[in-house]
Design a binder for this molecule. Structure first.
Ligand SMILES: *Cc1c(COP(=O)(O)O)cnc(C)c1O
Length: 375
């Protein structure tokens, strides 16, 4: 049996999405900027997808900028504001548990002379709002904090964060890559929102940034006048058509129930704990730590049984550093190293969860017997 429980890293492209994309590789291969019928066909595909995504976010179509994915959207929002608002101030704020795309952009800006404050989180992974409020000065130009965390699934109260930002007249960007379509998320909750297709059964390499019309944003890519003159480069027409379809058909009806079944089953193994918030949590995320075992070893043993999971974040699974998210919620390095993330999708079945729950206890028992870490 093959069980894919790494949907936080990427998801299967839905067959309907593949089908929606195919014509744009074969007969409808025009460039959306061309004025002839081939171009118009491509432009129609972009307009249609833009309409669907704008509607989902309760935004105007011209407020949606298509990009190459969540990473580019995060970089565009953060660097775009930093560079275009430098004259107002050089202080920018984020949190300690952001995706590397956000932390990477902030660290570049920090090296370039921007002042950065990294807000801490509580044991559930919720941003300390009092710390955030206190950190803001009249030099602060941007706050960027994610909506739902990719490792532990914690959902932030971004409405409250946006309120705090508005009170201080500071722009707010949120990385909504993990939450988009899964949790209520719209233009009333942030000035800018990053989203990505491949986390919701769309294709890899396509995403979007919602930017409120009133926000003046600098560019990262210079060239043609595509995407409302905000992002140069011929659009990924097929990918964008697929993104639109993915949003249109997204559903997560059974995910919460299956998540709860997986969580309660895993927690029956002794010395096993849930990482992150029990209540404010994505429906597809289970992150648990098994004491006295290495996450890497669990991952390899599960892989032998056909089960795909990740240790902490997909991006850090090749590094030996404990996850920055797990250490920010207060775990010791050895606790972080014993943590495993299971992420479900709409294709996950109850039988698959049964299989995982049958296999995991034996793997943990065997590893603990061999482990130098004790028990
Ligand atoms: C996956 C992910 C990204 C990066 O998106 P890509 O489309 O893979 O570049 C950014 N933020 C979060 C929270 C993610 O989960």
């Amino acid at each position: 049996m093959k069980v894919y429980l790494d949907n936080g890293a990427t998801t299967k492209t839905a067959p309907e999405v593949v089908e929606a994309m195919l014509p744009y590789f074969s007969e409808k291969y025009g460039n959306a900027s061309s004025l002839h019928s081939f171009g118009r066909e491509a432009k129609e595909a972009l307009d249609n997808a833009r309409e669907i995504i704008a509607k989902k976010l309760n935004a105007f179509p011209e407020e949606i900028i298509f990009t190459s994915g969540g990473t580019e959207s995060d970089n565009l929002a953060i660097k775009g504001i930093a560079y275009s608002h430098k004259d107002k101030g050089n202080h920018i704020i984020t949190s300690q548990i952001e995706h590397p795309a956000v932390l990477g952009a902030y660290s570049v800006l920090e090296r370039e002379g921007f002042q950065v404050t990294y807000i801490g989180v509580d044991k559930d992974g919720l941003i300390k709002l009092d710390q955030l409020e206190k950190a803001m000065t009249d030099k602060t130009i941007l706050v960027s904090t994610m909506h739902a965390n990719n490792e532990i699934g914690t959902i932030q109260d971004i409405k409250k964060i946006y309120e705090i930002c508005k009170k201080k007249n500071v722009l707010f960007h949120t990385d909504g890559v993990q939450s988009f379509c899964k949790v209520d998320l719209d233009s009333s909750m942030a000035d800018m929102i990053s989203i990505s297709a491949h986390k919701i059964h769309g294709p890899k390499g396509v995403g979007a940034l919602y930017v409120n019309k009133k926000v003046k944003l600098g560019k990262l890519l210079h060239g043609g006048h595509q995407e409302n003159d905000m992002r140069a480069g011929t659009e990924n027409v097929a990918g964008i058509a697929g993104f639109g379809k993915a949003v249109e058909i997204y559903d997560n009806k059974n995910m919460c129930k299956l998540r709860d079944k997986l969580t309660s089953g895993l927690l029956k193994v002794d010395n096993t704990y849930l990482n992150g918030s029990k209540e404010n949590r994505l429906c597809n995320n289970v992150n648990v730590r098994f004491s006295y075992v290495e996450g890497e070893s669990i991952l390899m043993k599960l892989n032998e049984k056909g089960i795909a999971v990740s240790t902490g974040s997909a991006c850090s699974s090749k590094e030996l550093q404990p996850s920055h998210v797990l250490t920010a919620i207060g775990l010791k390095p050895e606790e972080a190293h014993g943590s495993i993330r299971f992420t479900l999708s709409k294709y996950t079945t109850s039988e698959e969860i049964d299989y995982v729950l049958k296999v995991v206890p034996g793997i943990i028992k065997n590893l603990r017997e061999m482990s130098p870490l004790g028990k």
